[in-house]
Design a protein around this ligand. Sequence first.
Ligand code: F6P
Length: 548
Amino acid sequence: MGLLSSGPLATQLQQQASLVKQQHLAELFEQDPQRFNTMHLRLPALLLDFSKQRMTVEAWQGLYRLCDESALAPWIAKLFQGEAVNTSEKRPALHMALRSFDQPFVVNGQDLQPLVEAQLAKMETLVERIHQRQWRGFSGRAITDVVNLGVGGSDLGPMMACHALEEFRVSQAKSLRIHFASSMDGSQLAELLQRLHPETTLFILASKSFTTIDTLSNADTALRWLGQACQDEALLKRQHFIGCSAAPAKMSQWGISKDHQLEFWDWVGGRYSLWSVIGMSIALVVGMSGFRQFLKGAQWLDQHFARAPWAENAPVRMALVDVWNTNFLASQTHAILPYDGRLKYLPAYLSQLEMESNGKRADRQGQEVDYPTCPILWGEVGTNAQHAFFQLLHQGTHQVNCDFVMPVQRYQHSHWSEQTRERLQYQQRLNLANCLAQSRVLMLGNQALGNQQQVDADRHYPGNQPSTTLLIEALTPYTLGQLIALYEHKVYTSAVLWNINPFDQWGVELGKQIAKETLAAIEGQGSGFDPSTEGLLAAVRAYQETQA
Ligand code: F6P
């Protein structure tokens, strides 16, 4: 039994929710035309509008009490003080220290800043060498292509950020191409290897543990591919691989030379590691000063999260919206809708951040929770999604909480001809209009047209679908840093309110273990599986034989 399922506060919040359920969002606005004014938050360069959430002032008050009764303030303090908030693995989660590169971050009397800065400095040296075309492959030719081999947090974050910040590419990186390959089946890598040249390709092995089979098998394939052009394996490992990991001994064992090893630490969770040397590919695109701006934006958000009272605290308010929808309005899905093609990978990135963190059913005391936790998170670039799954949002049977994420200023650059720039700016106005129109129609349904005429059921838009709009003044390394840290701290806050540990991921381990014995069976050794798996194995073997 937890605070969310029993006790006076849960009863009070359930009563608030039953009142809200009887009302349409349109009515909430009629009763309180000031809703936008009272329910939006402004941070430098960011605006969060919660007024389209099915919330009342009383519900917010009850939820602030929930923060107090859940001991959120002490939990935030524990996070920043480096206590073992990852209780199952008995370690702290100190990704905030990575953003504190320019000021002390003291934990148990030790300042982590010099450690962080030393790795950034080493990363800077490698970035410079690549940018200056001084990093040469085995034949002496300069590197033109860099491939990040990683998966999960060692792939999704850097890929999302590199894509988002392409416009901020530094001139030294103009002709450098950055690629990502993660899939265990080798398909992404195989496709790349057909286009790349061994003499001029450098691989970043990005793996916190340096044991992940997906990444290590891609690395071995890359090494063999290079080996077709040069037989000196030691030279290849030296000139064609950089390692980014929290396991330096394993990097050495693999053959990565010490001066090409970038390190981070156990106290950085994999899905929080893009701020560390795992962000090497980001730094290659935006340069070290762009990367530091990215860290700086997140640092601003850290300080905001640590200090702002609940009503002004953006990540806390976002978490309260999640808990309200999930636990009191019985909504189990959350759509992330960036209205900007540059944020194409944001939903995939957030799906790991949120679901790997909070997709849990055991509470911190080891009991099974009796309330729902993390909703299912999914999404797509907003305007593309309008032509795909928005039908379900508008007329389906599910209540879906939506985040509309929209950078406003675009296409200011003078490198466009005036005619093209005007046209692109028009496209951005079209995009902005669609974002605002969609959240409005989701809220009001047919009433958005202003008349209350009856329409046929198949043309009926019920509305009442909740959403939060996050406006970003302009997408830059700094504001992207703010945005990502905003979601990270929201995830932590939700975990505190759900009384779960967001920093472990035991749920991914069993599958890895079982895959090992299944591989043996595919390779001809081992049986005794369940009848379905046995049947599938027999079919796989038969197909393999036909192929042979
Ligand atoms: O299997 C899950 C996971 O451990 C994620 O948490 C992590 O981001 C990913 O695998 C990759 O792990 P690593 O960086 O250790 O290769």
